[in-house]
Design a protein around this ligand. Structure first.
Ligand SMILES: [Zn+2]
Ligand SMILES: [Zn+2]
Ligand SMILES: [Zn+2]
Length: 144
């Protein structure tokens, strides 16, 4: 008999406390790094993301050979902030803020300063699917 209805002894005070504590906790988990499911900058995406450079493309500036980023606005391939920061530099110069990582296929928005969920955001599907296909030789297992 563990789950008695709340009409037994001393119920209402405990329930009120629980309800009050749950509400502020629910909305206060900011700061946690989680992929966003929307972004205000998707209008700047390239119109054709089904034709993109292969994942082993070198950085266009320093020829770094792998794990580069693809600019999803102009399809330039540039190295990461852990190499020579050419993708970051490109963002500062051109304001192209959306980039796909060829190392793990994550999508980053420099303006939002956040990862974007490429499997949820419809306009990112072509880039994600094409990159996945190029990298692994098969279509991605899309969640639905
Ligand atoms: Zn570079
Ligand atoms: Zn660009
Ligand atoms: Zn954004």
């Amino acid at each position: 008999m563990a789950n008695k209805p709340s009409s037994s002894s001393l119920p209402s005070i405990n329930e009120d406390i629980a309800a009050v504590e749950e509400v502020p906790l629910y909305g206060s988990e900011s700061g946690w790094v989680e992929a966003r499911t929307h972004c205000d900058h998707l209008a700047s995406l390239s119109q054709d993301l089904t034709h993109i450079p292969t994942p082993d493309t070198q950085c266009n500036r320093c020829q770094h050979p792998n794990e580069n980023w693809l600019c999803l606005c102009c399809k330039d391939v540039l190295c990461s902030r852990f190499v020579n920061k050419h993708m970051l530099e490109h963002y500062h110069q051109s304001n192209h803020c959306l980039a796909l990582s060829y190392s793990d296929l994550s999508v980053w928005c420099f303006s939002c300063d956040a990862y974007l969920d490429a499997q949820v955001i419809l306009s990112l599907h072509p880039a994600y699917e094409t990159a996945y296909l190029l990298k692994f030789g098969e279509a991605p297992p899309l969640r639905s």
